[in-house]
Design a protein around this ligand. Structure first.
Ligand code: C2E
Ligand code: MG
Ligand code: MG
Ligand code: MG
Length: 294
C-alpha cells in the first residue's frame, strides 16, 4: 500500500517536510538565545539504595521553558543542541548550577554529606579538548568536593571510540570525580570492554526494567550485568523503576540502586532536598520524607 501511494504521498507530505525544516531552524535560533534569557532550569530525580531506601544521590536533568511553546522536552532539544554545538555552553551552565546547588545544600546541612549529584555529559562535551580543565574550574569556583560529583556518559558515546574515551575518562578521574555509564545495555558490544573503563557506576537502561515482568531474557541480562559489575567493583543503578513489583525484582537481582517514577519524578531543587528516604520493604506508604536531617 505504501509503495502504491509513494508518489501521492510525497506530494502530500512536502509541506510537512518544509514546516519541519522551518520549525527546526526556529528551534536552533531559540536555543541560542535560551541561555541568556534564563529559560533553562534544573530538576533533580532521586537515586535510591535498594538496600536501605536512602536517597544516595540525584540525577540533574535540564528543563527548558520556551517563551511561546512552554516546556520543551530535552529529548527534542538536546539532539539539536548537540548538532549545533550549543550543548557546550548549556552543559557548562548546568554543571555550574548543579555544583553550586549541592554546595549550598551541604553548607546548610540540609542533605547527607555523602550525597552525590549526577550530571549528564553529552558526546560533544566529551570531545572538548578543555573538558577536564573546565570541570576542575567549575569545582574550584563552586567549592564542591570532586567526590560529590558524578558525570554520566551514554554507552553509545563511549563506544564510538573506546581508546579515545578511555584517555578522556582517565583525565576526568584524576580530578577525583566519579563516572557513570548511562543507558547501559542499549549499545551492542557491551560487557567485554568494561574493564578498560575507569568507571564507578553502570546505569541499566530503562528498557530492561520495563520488560522485567514479561521478558525472562531481560532478567538474565540484568543478572549478568549485576554480577559482572560486582566483579569489577562497579555499582549498578536501574533506571526507569515505575512499579513496586519492578523494585522487588531488582532487589532480588541484587541491583544496588533504583531510579524512576516509582520513587519520584524529577522535581525542583526545593522539593528535592526534602527527599531523603523511601520505603522499600513492602509497607503501606511508599514514601517517607523529612524536612531536615536529624
Ligand atoms: P537520561 O540521562 O537517561 O535521563 C533519564 C530520563 O528518564 C529522564 O528524561 C527522566 O525524566 C526519565 N525517567 C526517569 N524515571 C523514569 C521512569 O520511571 N519512566 C520513564 N518513562 N522515564 C523516566 P528527561 O529528563 O526527559 O531526559 C531525557 C534525556 O535527555 C536524558 O536521558 C539525557 O540523555 C538527556 N538530558 C537531560 N538533561 C540533560 C543535560 O543536562 N545534559 C545533557 N547532555 N543531556 C541531558
Ligand atoms: Mg542520565
Ligand atoms: Mg539514562
Ligand atoms: Mg536516556
Amino acid at each position: 500500500r505504501a509503495k502504491a501511494m509513494g508518489k501521492a504521498r510525497s506530494e502530500v507530505f512536502e509541506p510537512a517536510i518544509h514546516d519541519r525544516a522551518i520549525a527546526r531552524m526556529q528551534l536552533e535560533i531559540d536555543l541560542r538565545r535560551a541561555l541568556e534569557h534564563k529559560e533553562f532550569m534544573v530538576v533533580y530525580q532521586p537515586i535510591v539504595s535498594l538496600n536501605s531506601g536512602r536517597v544516595t544521590g540525584f540525577e540533574a536533568l535540564i528543563r527548558w521553558q520556551h517563551p511561546q511553546r512552554g516546556w520543551v522536552s530535552p529529548a527534542e532539544f538536546i539532539p539539536v543542541a548537540e548538532e549545533t554545538g550549543s550543548i557546550v555552553p548549556i552543559g557548562w551552565w548546568i554543571l555550574e548550577q548543579v555544583c553550586q546547588q549541592l554546595r549550598t545544600w551541604q553548607q546548610h546541612s540540609v542533605v547527607d554529606s555523602r550525597l552525590t549529584v549526577n550530571v549528564n555529559l553529552s558526546g560533544k562535551q566529551l570531545t572538548q579538548p578543555d573538558l577536564a580543565r573546565e570541570v576542575k574550574q567549575i569545582l574550584h569556583k563552586t567549592g564542591l568536593s570532586p567526590s560529590s560529583l558524578k558525570l554520566e556518559i551514554t554507552e553509545s558515546v563511549l563506544m564510538d571510540n573506546v581508546d579515545a574515551a578511555v584517555a578522556i575518562l582517565q583525565q576526568l578521574k584524576t580530578l577525583g570525580i566519579q563516572l557513570a555509564i548511562d543507558d547501559f545495555g542499549t549499545g551492542y558490544s557491551s560487557l567485554s570492554y568494561l574493564h578498560r573503563l575507569p568507571i564507578d557506576t553502570l546505569k541499566i537502561d530503562r528498557s530492561f526494567v520495563n520488560d522485567i515482568d514479561c521478558d525472562p531474557e531481560k532478567i538474565e541480562m540484568i543478572r549478568t550485568i549485576v554480577s559482572m559489575a560486582w566483579n569489577l567493583g562497579i555499582n549498578v543503578v536501574a533506571e526507569g523503576v515505575e512499579t513496586k513489583k519492578q523494585m522487588y525484582q531488582l532487589q532480588a537481582l541484587k541491583c544496588d540502586y533504583g531510579q524512576g517514577y516509582f520513587f519520584s519524578r524529577p522535581v525542583d531543587a526545593e522539593a528535592a532536598k526534602t527527599l531523603q528516604y523511601f520505603e522499600i520493604r513492602g509497607s503501606r506508604s511508599s514514601r517517607r520524607s523529612k524536612q531536615h536531617m536529624p
